[in-house]
Design a protein. Structure first.
Lengths: 260, 329, 393
C-alpha cells in the first residue's frame, strides 16, 4: 500500500505573521517557517497505518519554495520513506485551484492508495485542497477526520461536523484529511533525523510534471487578490473594575448598544 | 438577469439559519436561486419556504442516500443546476465543512475560481468583489474571480438584511446516478442535547469561557449566560485543553473562527491565538480578574472582576430585562 | 521606523547557529519541541511538589534517543559531542533536574558500563537503559567524602568468588527509581566499580527530601548493607579511581552546555519581561541600567556558548583534556548562576515566583555549581594546569 502525505510550510503561528501589501501575498520573511502543525498529524496518521500494516510506504509531498524542503526533512525524520518537493519559482502566490492542480499532477500516475492531508493550513485556511484533489484525482473524499483506520480496501474514520461527528467509510483509493484532534504527532527520533538524510528526496519542476508554466503563480490564479490592507488595530474601550455592580453595568451597556 | 445559485442546506427539511443570509447576499449580485438536495419524499415545503426568503427559482435534486453520502450529491446537484440555469453569475454556499468542500469540488468541476470564507460581497462591472480576512482578521483582502463563475463560501453574519420574497419556481434536476467515488456515513453522533443553542460559527452572540473558569463544573456558568442570551457557547484553547468543555467549542487560530455581533469572553486572557478567532466580532465584552489580560486591549467593554460574582449578576440583569418585555432590535 | 517583530536573542546576536550543522540543528529542534510540549507546561508543578514522573520521562527520552546518545552501539544513538551538548542545553533550559536525569543515565551509569564493563554487562544493561526501560544511577559521593572520593568508606570485601559491599552513598540522582546502580567501592586492590541490580538484598535507596534545589529531580541516599554480588558484577576495565573520574568528566561536558540552557531561559525571560513591563511610563528595557545588565549577560552567555562549542569540537577529535572540561564547567556554571540571579532582579518581585522560570533555575544552579566537581576544585585543576603545582590539600 502506498500513502502520500501532503505537507506545507507555513509561517509559525506563534510568530508575527504578516502579509505584504505590495505583493499581496504572505510575507514569508516575517515569521519563522515551520511545517504546518496539522501536517505533522497527517504524517502521524500515515505512520500509524504503516506500522499497523505490512509493506506500507509513506511519501511526503510538498509544493513550495526551496526552504519548504525543511518540512519534508521533518516528515522523513518522523519516519516517512521518501519525499517529493515540487519547487518552481513560478508557483509563488498560487491559489487552491492551482495548488490542487499541481499536486494532482504530482500524485497522478504514482498509484497512491491513500492521500493524507491536514484539514486546513493555518495560513490560507481555505480547507479546499483535499476536496479539490479528490475531485481531480477521481478518488473518494473522506475529510476532517479525527481517527483514520485502513482495513481491507477501505478507509474509515470519525469525521468532525459542526455539532459532533459522524462515522464514515470510503473505498480506496481515497483522499483523507485529519483535524487537530487526530493523533498527537511523534517527535522525530535522533536516529530518524540522521536516517532522513539518506532517504530519497525528489525535486520536480512544473515542466517535469508536464504542466505549462504560463498558468502558474499569483499572476495567473483563478481568484485574484486586488487589495490587501492591514486591519486597524482594535482599540481598547471602557474598562471598569467591579465595585459590586459590574454585572448590571454590562447589562446596561449591552442594552444601550441594543445588543440585548 | 443572471442567476446566483445558493446551496440551501437543511436538516430533514428544516433550512439552516444561514440560508436567508445567503439569499440576501445573492440578491446583491443577481437573481437569487436555491439548490436543494434531499432524500426522495422529504422536504416538500422547502420550495415555498425558499421563495419566502427570496429565491426566484429552486433547483431540487432528489437523491437516494442524499443523507448518507458525503459531499458528492451536493457537488453533482450544483453542477447540474449551473448547467440548467444557463446564465449563472455566482454560486454561494455557507461555511459548514460540507458546504465548503462541495464548493471546492464544484470549482474544479466547473473550472471556476473558489473564494472562501468571504465576509462581504458586492457586484462590480467586471465581476464580483469579495472581501476576505487573512490571519485571523489582521488583514482585509479584496479578491475577485479572474476566470470562470465565482464559487463563494460566505461567513455567517456578514451580509445584513433579507432578500424580498419571491414566487419560487421549482425545477427538478436529474443529476443522474452518482458516478463519483464517495464516502458513506455509517453512523451519526451529533449533539442532540445541545441542539437548542445556535451553531457556533453562525451565532449572533457567542459566550466563551477560558481557564479562568477553573473547572468543568464551573463552566456551566458560561452555558447559563449563553442560554440567557440565546447565544452559542465557545471556549479558549486553554479551557478545552484543561478538559472544561468539548473540542468543538474551541474558538481561535486552530479552532473555529467566529464573527458574531457580540462576543463575551469570560475568564479568557486573550492570547493572540484566541484573538485571531474572534477579533472580527462587532462588539467584544470581556470579564477577567487580571487587569493586565490582553483581552482588554481589544474589548469594547471590559470588567476587571471575578467571573463568579459578575456573571451571575449579569444573568440576573439579562433575565430581568427579558421578563419586562421583548428587547428592542 | 519603529522596530517590528522580536529583536534577536543573545545567541542569535552571536550568530551561533551558523556554527552548527543541519543535523545538529535538527536534533536541537526535536529536543526543544519535546521540552515545549511535554516538560515545560508541568515544571512549576513538579518543582513545587518536589516530584517528577521520572519513569515516564525516561521512556520518552529513550524513545527520542536522548539516553546515552553520544555512545556507539548497544541501542545507543551514536550522536556527536556537539549534538549531545545541544540536547543537554535544551533539556536544562527546561530544568536542570531533567538534564540531570539524562546526564546521570547516559554519561555516568551508561558510560561506566559502556567504557569499563564486560560484554555481558553491556548486553544486559545498555539497550534497556538506552530505551529508558531501565534507569541507572551512579554511586561515588559519600556523606563525608565529596571532593575527596579517594577517602571513600564504602568497602567491597571478597568472599570466595563473591563480593560483599557495605557503605553509604549520598546525593545520588535517580537512586530511588533506578533498576541498576553503578557503585564505586574501595577494595584491598584499590577502587573498583560494581554493577548492582537495585533489587539485590541489602540494597536500599531512601529519597532525600527537603531540598530547595533540583526539586524536579529524584535525589537519594544509597545504603549498602552486606550486599552480596557475584564476581561478574565487577566492572573489569575499571581498576582505579581514574575510572569514575573519567565518567564524571563525561557528565561535566554535558553541564558545560546544560548550564547555558538555564542561563538562556532566564535571559530570554528577563528580556521579554523588560520589554513589556512598564515603569515610570516606559518599558523597563528602555532604561540604561537594564540594558547594561542585559548586554553583560548576553556577552557571558555568548562567550560561554563559543567555549562550549570549542570544547565539543575538541571532544569530537578526541583531543579534549580533563582540565579543559574544567575550564568549561567552572566558567559556564559560574556565569549561568550569575545570569539567573541578575535576571531575578529584572523581574523584581515576580522573579521569586514559580510563574516564571528564573528563581527555579537560580536555585537549581546552586546544585550544578557544586556537583560534578565544585567550582573550587575546578579552579584548582586549572591552577595546577597553569602552574604545575597541585594545591588541593
Amino acid at each position: 500500500m502506498k500513502i502520500a502525505v501532503l505537507v506545507k510550510q507555513v509561517p509559525d503561528t506563534y510568530g508575527d505573521r504578516r502579509m505584504d501589501p505590495a505583493t499581496r501575498t504572505v510575507d514569508r520573511g516575517s515569521a519563522d517557517p515551520v511545517i504546518d502543525e496539522i501536517n505533522e498529524r497527517a504524517v502521524e496518521a500515515a505512520l500509524q497505518i504503516k506500522e499497523a500494516g505490512d509493506g506500507v510506504t509513506v511519501t511526503a509531498v510538498t509544493m513550495g519554495p526551496v526552504r519548504a524542503v525543511e518540512a519534508l526533512r521533518k516528515a522523513l525524520a518522523m519516519g516517512a520513506d521518501s519525499a517529493v518537493h515540487i519547487c518552481d519559482d513560478t508557483l509563488a502566490g498560487s491559489d487552491a485551484m492551482q495548488t490542487s492542480e499541481v499536486l494532482a499532477a504530482a500524485l497522478a500516475g504514482r498509484d497512491f492508495d491513500l492521500v493524507i492531508a491536514g484539514n486546513e493550513s493555518t495560513d490560507g485556511r481555505t480547507a479546499a485542497v483535499p476536496a479539490m484533489l479528490a475531485e481531480r484525482l477521481g478518488m473518494a473524499q473522506l475529510t476532517f477526520l479525527r481517527t483514520v483506520t485502513v482495513s481491507g480496501g477501505s478507509v474509515s474514520g470519525e469525521r468532525m461536523t459542526g455539532n459532533g461527528y459522524v462515522e464514515a467509510q470510503a473505498p480506496l483509493p481515497a483522499v483523507v484529511s485529519v483535524t487537530e484532534q487526530s493523533a498527537e504527532p511523534r517527535f522525530p527520533k535522533f536516529r530518524g533525523i540522521m536516517a532522513a538524510k539518506k532517504k530519497p528526496l525528489q525535486t520536480l519542476t512544473l515542466a517535469e510534471l508536464g504542466l505549462p508554466g504560463g498558468e502558474a503563480g499569483g499572476e495567473n490564479s483563478w481568484s485574484r487578490v486586488l487589495d490587501v490592507t492591514a486591519r486597524p488595530a482594535r482599540t481598547a474601550g471602557t474598562v471598569v473594575t467591579d465595585d459590586g455592580t459590574a454585572g448590571t453595568q454590562v447589562a446596561e451597556y449591552l442594552a444601550a448598544a441594543k445588543l440585548i | 438577469m443572471s442567476q446566483v445559485l445558493v446551496l440551501a442546506e437543511h436538516v430533514q427539511g428544516e433550512l439552516k439559519n444561514n440560508v436567508a443570509e445567503l439569499l440576501a447576499a445573492a440578491a446583491r449580485l443577481g437573481e437569487p436561486a436555491a439548490v436543494v438536495v434531499r432524500q426522495p419524499g422529504t422536504g416538500a415545503q422547502l420550495t415555498a419556504r425558499l421563495g419566502e426568503l427570496g429565491a426566484a427559482a429552486v433547483y431540487v435534486a432528489d437523491v437516494e442516500e442524499a443523507d448518507a453520502l458525503l459531499v458528492t450529491p451536493q457537488v453533482a446537484a450544483l453542477a447540474a443546476a449551473v448547467a440548467a440555469a444557463g446564465d449563472v453569475s455566482a454560486v454561494l454556499v455557507g461555511t459548514s465543512i460540507d458546504s465548503r468542500e462541495a464548493a471546492a469540488r464544484l470549482a474544479v468541476r466547473l473550472g471556476a475560481a473558489f473564494l472562501s470564507d468571504v465576509v462581504d460581497l458586492a457586484a462590480a462591472p467586471d465581476g464580483v468583489r469579495a472581501t476576505q480576512q487573512a490571519f485571523g482578521g489582521a488583514y482585509t483582502v479584496t479578491a475577485t474571480a479572474a476566470r470562470g463563475i465565482p464559487v463563494i463560501s460566505l461567513r455567517p453574519n456578514s451580509v445584513p438584511g433579507t432578500a424580498p420574497a419571491a414566487q419560487a419556481q421549482e425545477i427538478r434536476l436529474a443529476p443522474g446516478p452518482n458516478m463519483a467515488a464517495a464516502a458513506r456515513i455509517t453512523a451519526r453522533h451529533e449533539g442532540q442535547a445541545v441542539s437548542t443553542r445556535p451553531e457556533l460559527t453562525a451565532a449572533d452572540i457567542v459566550v466563551s469561557g477560558g481557564r479562568g473558569l477553573g473547572s468543568a463544573e464551573n463552566f456551566v456558568l458560561v452555558e447559563q449566560l449563553a442560554d440567557a442570551l440565546g447565544a452559542a457557547v465557545g471556549a479558549s484553547r486553554a479551557a478545552v485543553d484543561a478538559g472544561y468543555c468539548a473540542h468543538t467549542m474551541q474558538v481561535g487560530q486552530t479552532g473555529t473562527t467566529v464573527s458574531p455581533n457580540l462576543y463575551l469572553a469570560l475568564g479568557i486572557s486573550g492570547a493572540i491565538q484566541h484573538r485571531a478567532g474572534m477579533q472580527s466580532a462587532k462588539t467584544i465584552v470581556a470579564i477577567n480578574k487580571d487587569p493586565g489580560a490582553p483581552i482588554f486591549e481589544i474589548a469594547d467593554f471590559g470588567v476587571v472582576g471575578d467571573v463568579f460574582t459578575v456573571v451571575p449578576q449579569l444573568i440576573e440583569a439579562v433575565n430581568a430585562r427579558q421578563a419586562v418585555g421583548s428587547p428592542a432590535g | 521606523m519603529a522596530r517590528t517583530g522580536t529583536p534577536p536573542t543573545a545567541l542569535e546576536l552571536f550568530g551561533i547557529d551558523g556554527l552548527l550543522s543541519d543535523d545538529e540543528l535538527a536534533i536541537r529542534q526535536t529536543v526543544r519541541e519535546y521540552c515545549d510540549g511535554k516538560i515545560r507546561p508541568h515544571l512549576a508543578d513538579w518543582f513545587e511538589a518536589g516530584s517528577l514522573p521520572a519513569r515516564e520521562l525516561a521512556r520518552e527520552l529513550g524513545s527520542l534517543g536522548a539516553l546515552g546518545m553520544h555512545l556507539e552501539g548497544y541501542g545507543c544513538a551514536g550522536m556527536s559531542a556537539t549534538a549531545y551538548g545541544l540536547a543537554c542545553l535544551e533539556l536544562e533550559a527546561a530544568d536542570s533536574g531533567i538534564r540531570s536525569l539524562v546526564s546521570v543515565q547516559g554519561s555516568l551509569a551508561m558510560y561506566a558500563i559502556w567504557a569499563y564493563g564486560s560484554e555481558e554487562q553491556k548486553q544486559e544493561w545498555l539497550p534497556r537503559m538506552a530505551s529508558g526501560e531501565a534507569i541507572g544511577c551512579f554511586g561515588l559521593t559519600e556523606p563525608d567524602h565529596g571532593s575527596n572520593p579517594s577517602g571513600m568508606r564504602t568497602y567491597a570485601k571478597q568472599d570466595g568468588d563473591d563480593w560483599i559491599l557495605n557503605g553509604t552513598k549520598m546525593w545520588i540522582t535517580n537512586g530511588s527509581i533506578a533498576q541498576v546502580a553503578v557503585v564505586w567501592a574501595a577494595t584491598d586492590d584499590g577502587v573498583r566499580g560494581f554493577v548492582v541490580p537495585t533489587d539485590t538484598p541489602g540494597f536500599s535507596a531512601p529519597e532525600i527530601k527537603k531540598k530547595l534545589s533540583l526539586r524536579a529531580s529524584v535525589t537519594s541516599e544509597l545504603v549498602l548493607d552486606s550486599v552480596r554480588l557475584p564476581a561478574s558484577a565487577m566492572l573489569p576495565e575499571a581498576t582505579s579511581l581514574r575510572a569514575p573520574l573519567g565518567c564524571l568528566n563525561e557528565a561535566r561536558f554535558g553541564i558545560v552546555f546544560g548550564a547555558l540552557g538555564a542561563a538562556r531561559e532566564c535571559l530570554e525571560t528577563a528580556t521579554a519581561y523588560a520589554r513589556e513591563r512598564e515603569v515610570f511610563d516606559k518599558p523597563l528595557a528602555g532604561f540604561q541600567l537594564t540594558q547594561e545588565k542585559l548586554a553583560n549577560m548576553a556577552l557571558e552567555l555568548g562567550k560561554g556558548m563559543l567555549l562550549a562549542l570549542h570544547l565539543a569540537r575538541l571532544k569530537e577529535q578526541h583531543a579534549l583534556a580533563p582540565e579543559q572540561v574544567s575550564l568549561g564547567k567552572l566558567n559556564n556554571v559560574r556565569e549561568a548562576i550569575r545570569i539567573a540571579r541578575e535576571c531575578r532582579t529584572i523581574l523584581g518581585a515576580n522573579g521569586i515566583s514559580l510563574e516564571y522560570p528564573v528563581i527555579r533555575h537560580a536555585n537549581n544552579l546552586e546544585s550544578v555549581l557544586t556537583y560534578e566537581g565544585t567550582s573550587e576544585v575546578h579552579t584548582l585543576v586549572i591552577g595546577q594546569a597553569l602552574t604545575g603545582l597541585p594545591a588541593f590539600r
